[in-house]
Design a protein around this ligand. Sequence first.
Ligand code: MN
Length: 149
Amino acid sequence: MTESIIRPKSEAFRWQGVDVHAYKQEGEAPFRDITRQTLFAEAGMAADLRYFEMAPGGHSTLERHDHMHAVMIFRGHGQCLVGDEVRDVREHDLITIPGMTWHQFRAAADAAMGFLCMVDRQRDRPQLPAQSDIEKLRALPHIARFLDT
Ligand code: MN
C-alpha cells in the first residue's frame, strides 16, 4: 500500500498519504465519534498498525475476537475495559488485549483520545456481545458505570 517510504505528518495526528476513515460501517456495530487511519499495512509484514481517534465522549465498539491487540494511548485520556477490568488510561500507556476478551475504549468527556493499535494482518472478525453477555458485564457495577459513561 505504501508508495513512499517517508510520509510526513500533515496536521496534528494526521499524515500525508493516510486517509481518515469512518471507524466501521455505519450500523455495523455501536460506536461514537471515532475515526480510523491505517498507518502501516505492508504486504511484507504480518501486522498492521492503525491509529484510532475518538472525540471527547466518543467510544469504540464493545467487542471480542480471537486476535490480540497491542495498544498505546497516543493522545488524551479516558478509560478502557479489558475483560472485567476498567482502567483510567492516558498518553503513552500500553494495553495488551488478549484473545476473546471483551474490550472497549472511551474518551473522557473533556478530551479526545487517540491510540495506536497493532493487529495481525490475517484476523477474525469482531464478535458483538449478545444480550446475555451484556447482562453478565453489567452485573459488575464498575462495568455498568463504565458502559453508562
Ligand atoms: Mn477489537
